[in-house]
Design a protein around this ligand. Sequence first.
Ligand code: ADP
Ligand code: MG
Length: 224
Amino acid sequence: MTDKEEAVRFEDMRMMAEEEANACVWEQIAQDKLRAIPSLYRGGFKTLVKAHPRLKNMAAICLAWANGFTAKSPTRGLYLHGPVGSGKTGLIYGIAISLIKRHISVVTWPVPELLKAIQTTWHSDAEPTEYEILYEATEADLLILDDIGAESPSVWALQTLGQIVNRRYADEKTMIATSNLTLQKLTGRSNDLSAQRIGSRCCEMLADLPVPAVHLRGTQKEKP
Ligand SMILES: Nc1ncnc2c1ncn2[C@@H]1O[C@H](COP(=O)(O)OP(=O)(O)O)[C@@H](O)[C@H]1O
Ligand SMILES: [Mg+2]
């Protein structure tokens, strides 16, 4: 083997080792993210549909959406709305799990918790910082906002949420939101300009997906 061939072979091996190391790191991040999912929802679509077969069609729609998602091209997001206990959070965690397994960066926040987490950073040397929370929420390939509209509609809360939604809108980054409110009610819930802007951005970015109004929480396992 000539020196040149030897050098090419060495470079190929180095690149393969680097790819393997990267794959290990991504897999570790994915496993950590899966472990961080609340235990009730960790089984994803499989346990959701097993417990509530009437959500089979909704789960199929959400899974098809997840399968069609790539981080590279902008995808129209989803707006799942329905009453409390209809399965919205179960469905969005189903999507999150399937994307995390594909090593896509997904950040999921119940909106009231997101705002509380940001406030917590003001009073201590807390980790993560406010900047880190906002950065992660705006930069992730997919941001899932659970229970939008359930936050207290203070000027600060609406401006902060508006800033995140607006940034993703401007960067053409995909978002999913769930709510007890229809898009129309979300947009018209307040005269506040930020609230109206959040609603209007959601109307443009997200496909309306009503979740059947059946209260599943506390019900016995349904028959298939
Ligand atoms: N992944 C899952 N596996 C099993 N059951 C689930 C799962 N996700 C949700 N559920 C069930 O569906 C019920 C309602 O779901 P949830 O998604 O919390 O409703 P919503 O977000 O609409 O208020 C829960 O009480 C739980 O029993
Ligand atoms: Mg919920």
